[in-house]
Design a protein around this ligand. Structure first.
Ligand SMILES: *Cc1c(COP(=O)(O)O)cnc(C)c1O
Length: 375
């Protein structure tokens, strides 16, 4: 049996370091907003090349709080529009609608599966205030074209980095490319906690201060509340673990690259489209722009492929089976048509991928795929 992802193995790789860091928290007698959180925030800011990092409770909160801060600071207001890829995970979109902002869905391009920057111009209206890009499957989606477009139109550019810890664009890490970025440390992400956790990164000191207050009951000084904030904090125990795992992130992402490379060089099956490392501005493909959160293939025979692999003991997953605009939660969009997004959701399949997957397993997956006959 080849599992899609072996979380036990991923974490036990660093068991001794993790246990030590957790014992330190246990013995410290301080469990929220203490030294471990500040330490991780500092390390993660440095890692991403930004001046501010704020730990929060999860990735959805990170994105929600960024937008909420822009509202508090007067850059956005209820009813304003935020452009977001139509094929993203639902959380990116929920972060927008929960703030009573309006998500405007933009089709991805069928090569990178990231937002098609060429469509931004036609989607923009007098109410547009921001663009949220999503580095889907671990591949950077920022380009100078998007950056310049947002500057020219005075739009805030926000990155959803939940799937792309450590990826970069022209030598600069994602998370530091735009006005603000949100990260998730959900256990299955490339940098995963032992529960929920998230972070916001930015170079904007005013935004950073506002995000920090909003996540802490809207307070900067104990018992003084400036905003109607919320409780979204990064626990000491998760922060301590994340500090340990951050030290190994680049090495582990490299392992994922090796698996991806092996898949891409060896899968030979008619009708399967392999992922491409392609920057949306046509810059020569840079292997560091992808951290392979997921290795996603595409085929019209997706369901047959998944079933056949399952029969051979290989677990695969679909990211994601239903596009946001066809979800019951967004009933008001159900009549809309996003053909590229719909095609992607119909045809994608994620193969087993992780930093602890032995190369022999990747070989078994390839052998299995190459031997299949689907009808
Ligand atoms: C996981 C994920 C999120 C949300 O993260 P949580 O920590 O689960 O709240 C947001 N956006 C994308 C693209 C994700 O994959």
């Amino acid at each position: 049996m080849i599992k899609f992802l072996d979380l036990q193995k991923i974490n036990s790789l660093h068991r001794d370091e993790i246990m030590k860091s957790m014992a330190d928290v246990l013995d410290s007698g301080w469990y929220i907003h203490g030294k471990a959180c500040s330490k991780f925030e500092q390390e993660f800011a440095e890692f991403n090349g930004v001046s501010h990092c704020i730990g929060v409770a999860n990735g959805l909160d990170a994105l929600k709080i960024i937008l909420r801060s822009y509202i508090e600071l007067g850059h956005m207001k209820e009813g304003d529009e935020i452009l977001v890829p139509a094929n993203t995970y639902i959380a990116s979109i929920l972060a927008i609608s929960e703030n009573k902002l309006v998500p405007v869905l933009v089709e991805p391009d069928i090569i990178s599966y990231n937002m098609d920057a060429g469509l931004l111009d036609e989607k923009i209206t007098s109410k547009t205030r921001g663009v949220m890009i999503v580095h889907l499957y671990g591949q950077n989606s920022y380009s100078e074209k998007i950056g310049e477009f947002c500057k020219r139109k005075h739009l805030k550019l926000i990155e959803d980095c939940a799937q792309a810890h450590g990826a970069s664009y022209r030598g600069k890490r994602v998370g530091g490319l735009c006005d603000a970025s949100g990260f998730s440390f959900y256990p299955g992400k490339n940098l995963g906690a032992l529960g929920d956790a998230g972070a916001i990164c930015t170079d904007d000191p005013e935004l950073a201060l506002c995000c920090r207050s909003l996540g802490n009951y809207g307070s900067q000084k104990k018992y003084e509340n400036i905003y109607k904030g919320t409780n979204s904090r990064l626990d000491e125990i998760q922060a301590a673990l994340l500090s340990v795992k951050l030290r190994h992130l680049d090495t582990e992402n490299e392992k994922r690259r090796e698996i991806a490379d092996y898949y891409s060089k060896n899968i030979q099956f008619k009708g399967i489209i392999l992922p491409t490392v392609a920057n949306s501005d046509g810059v020569a493909s840079d292997p560091l722009s992808h951290v392979w959160h997921l290795y996603v293939v595409r085929t019209e025979k997706r369901d047959a492929l998944q079933q056949a692999l399952s029969g051979l003991g290989i677990e695969t997953l679909i990211h994601y089976p239903i596009p946001p605009h066809l979800q019951a939660a967004y009933r008001e969009w159900n009549h809309l048509s996003y053909p590229v997004t719909e095609k992607i959701h119909r045809e994608v399949l994620s193969l087993p991928m992780s930093q602890v997957m032995p190369m022999e397993m990747a070989q078994q997956v390839v052998t299995a795929i190459n031997s299949l006959v689907l009808n």
